[in-house]
Design a binder for this molecule. Sequence first.
Ligand code: 9MR
Length: 345
Amino acid sequence: MTLRDLAARHGLSLGAALTERGLAVPRYRELAATEFSSVTPENAMKWDHLERDRHTRTWARADAIARFAAQHGQELRGHPLVWHDQLPHWLTEGHFTPAELATLLRTHVTTLTRRYAGTVTAWDVVNEPIEDDGSPRRTLWHEALGPDYIAHALTWAHATDPAARLYVNEFNALAEGPKAKGLHDLAASLLDRSIPLHGVGFQCHLLLGQEVPGLARTLNRFADLGLEVAVTELSVRMLPPVTPAKLAAQAATYRAVVEECLAVPACTGLTVWGIGDADSWVPQGSRSRYGTPTLYDDAYRPKPAREAMARALGAAVVTACGRQVRALPIRGRADAPAEYPAVSR
Ligand code: 9MR
């Protein structure tokens, strides 16, 4: 069975971040279409991709990914509406007043949500708003609009597309700590004020050897607020050389993340960040020493991680009163290596 079919038995939407460049590769397209029931544009909906030059929006790449999702009956996660990264130069270097920035942001949010209304099922409305110490991240938007830029963005998005599920998406918030607390406080205060927030997304870019104990506990704490949660960006990177032991450890980590999500009824989706190692974001930039983070190798052959995900998703689904209920994950698995290989960070 495909990962997509296995995940559907749990009512879980299984996603992948896609690039328009990848979609030009037949095997990539085939995997993207058959293995996944949800799609996130990895970069195509970011502001610098859409409006590199002011007033000239280039929709072709984002539309191509949206079309692909529609053709294959997939959900589309829009990513991201408000972020401090991947902004066009004209915006970051434009010396705009706070009032002008507020107008620019509102136009951006409403333009995208209007264009993809009925197509995008969930939006990462605000990406990475919290610092590691739990305080609000001091971004261009925070400086110009104050902390309420988050509430404004959610409200604008909801007004334009009331059907879309609206998320705040964050990294390094998998375990209890100041950042997860800051994120939880933010979500709780937005809900207290009846701001339209529906979910919290947890990025999950892991180093080989990094474990996720307590992830289900963290997800449940947000679910207790009445929110849905999702693992929005899963990858497990490693240093060369790639060895069977490292691939097995990577597989165990993928499997553990799936199990943590399946243990939480409010965990509605899990998205892997990229299809194959050949086209992964990881070897770019500051992480250039790392690689091999995805489910498929350079030639799009399945890695042990893909099989581990399939096994985790294949765990029995309990049916009660004709309704599908998540099975509790099976702990103490025989295939998890006793020790993880050492990792230099
Ligand atoms: O995968 C994306 C990569 O191609 C871009 O160069 C990078 C720019 O910051 O963003 C990557 O995606 C990020 C995502 O949008 C937000 N969470 C972290 C992801 C990995 O850096």
